[in-house]
Design a protein around this ligand. Structure first.
Ligand SMILES: [Ca+2]
Ligand SMILES: [Ca+2]
Ligand SMILES: [Ca+2]
Ligand SMILES: [Ca+2]
Length: 427
């Protein structure tokens, strides 16, 4: 009887039955399944002469059992166990130069993956490839644009060393002082993001003395104090107000659109402080028969003149100008000027009365003079996170100022001290 050689089914690739040594044919056992399949069962041979061996084992399997012998033959031998693991799928994903799936190609199913390399600004991406059985990364890091990572702080590791901004300069926190005048577009030190400004307004001058007994004119008011903290984000324009440069009929300094100068202590009423948006300190009150000091607005009001009806009149002192800071045109802090002192008066060249003192900056009222003395001018207003008036012509925290700065004029026609500003930057 002839038997046809039938290809084995299943996943087993090499698990074909052993060749029969039978003469006229043999039957093969079925191959074991791949990966530890069961034994293949040998079919019984009906040959009278041949053997009927069992099928061989599948991949990782064990050999099949031998088929039953034919009528005259002994049972066939069991198939041999598979000794070589056989991949039954089509994957050759390992990059090892081996043809894992025995299809004649090496590593043809390897799948490349994304890769990354470099630090900071030099970071780049690439692809992991399989070349001649080895994985090769084609990622190439960028080149640093600089060997320095500074001086600006930009949050980027520009020199690609793994540290960010390590060469940046620290914010210079040294306080910066400014005298009267316009200081437009303040330079912000590198890497500073916050600032604090401390402002003192200009101070008022004293009033004129008068009479044989030399009655004094009123003392000028101190410049007001204002403080504010703010983020540095835009143009910083600083105006520091001048003091009334000397007493008696002189105006306080004037500079800038908002820096309203103090009014002149004129021959009649003391003038108002600068005619600006905010009404400042109270007016020097009207004495019985003399003239009042002017209102303070931003700048201090001028002192009033003493009463000349019954004798000699002393002229009032001018008010000081305000100091202020703008951030992109917006008012952040303002310290009003001090008011001017009122002029003294004398009666019949002998008996006299002093003028009233000018009000302190930050809206202090000017003093009401007695009888015929001129009233003191009012102080200007203050705006900020913290505001403080001076005290008796001495500005707040005078220890932080040059001597006499922002102090009210005292004595005969004395000048008021000019304003002052301290700007401190920080991170
Ligand atoms: Ca292959
Ligand atoms: Ca491979
Ligand atoms: Ca760096
Ligand atoms: Ca940097």
């Amino acid at each position: 009887m002839d038997y046809e050689l039938v290809p084995l089914s299943g996943d087993a690739v090499t698990g074909g039955g052993l060749n029969s040594t039978g003469v006229t044919g043999s039957l093969f056992g079925t191959a074991g399944a791949s990966d530890g399949g069961a034994s293949g069962a040998g079919n019984s041979s009906t040959s009278t002469t041949g053997e009927a061996p069992g099928g061989s084992g599948g991949s990782d399997g064990i050999g099949g059992s031998g088929g039953a012998g034919g009528t005259t033959d002994a049972s066939g031998a069991g198939g041999s166990s598979s000794t070589t693991a056989v991949t039954t799928g089509s994957d050759d994903v390992t990059c090892d130069g081996l043809d894992d799936d025995d299809d004649g190609e090496l590593d043809e199913d390897y799948v490349g993956s994304a890769s990354a390399c470099g630090m900071g600004a030099c970071q780049s991406t690439g692809l992991l490839r399989c070349v001649a059985g080895s994985e090769v990364d084609d990622c190439v890091p960028g080149s640093p644009a600089s060997t320095q990572d500074g001086p600006a702080i930009n949050g980027i590791d520009d020199d690609c060393d793994g540290q960010v901004d390590e060469d940046a300069a620290a914010c210079d926190t040294t306080p910066r002082a400014f005298l009267p005048g316009e200081h437009l577009g303040l330079e912000v030190p590198a890497n500073c993001s916050q600032a604090t400004v401390r402002l003192w307004g200009g101070a008022g001058a004293s009033g004129e003395p008068e009479g044989v007994l030399f009655q004094l004119g009123g003392r000028g008011g101190a410049g007001g104090y204002a403080e504010a903290a703010f983020a540095v984000s835009g143009t910083l324009d600083l105006y520091v107000g001048g003091g009334a440069d000397r007493g008696c009929n002189l105006a306080g300094g004037v500079a800038g659109p908002l820096m309203a100068g103090g009014g002149t202590g004129n021959s009649d009423e003391g003038a108002h402080g600068g005619d600006e948006l905010v009404v400042g300190g109270g007016s020097g009150a009207l004495p019985a028969s003399a003239s009042p000091g002017g209102n303070g607005h931003y700048g201090g009001g001028g002192g009033g003149e003493g009463d000349a009806v019954m004798g000699l009149s002393g002229r009032g002192g001018g008010g000081g100008a305000a100091s202020y800071l703008l951030v992109d045109g917006t008012l952040v802090a303002l310290a009003g000027g001090g008011g001017g002192g009122g002029g003294a008066a004398s009666i019949l060249l002998v008996v006299g009365v002093p003028g009233g003192d000018g009000g302190q900056g930050c809206a202090g009222d000017g003093e009401v003079a007695d009888a015929s003395g001129g009233g003191g001018g009012g102080g200007g207003v203050c705006i900020g996170d913290v505001t403080q008036q001076g005290n008796d012509g001495t500005p707040f925290d005078a220890a932080s100022l040059p001597s006499g700065q922002a102090a009210g004029g005292a004595g005969s026609c004395s000048s008021g001290g000019g304003g002052y500003a301290i700007v401190t930057f920080s991170t």
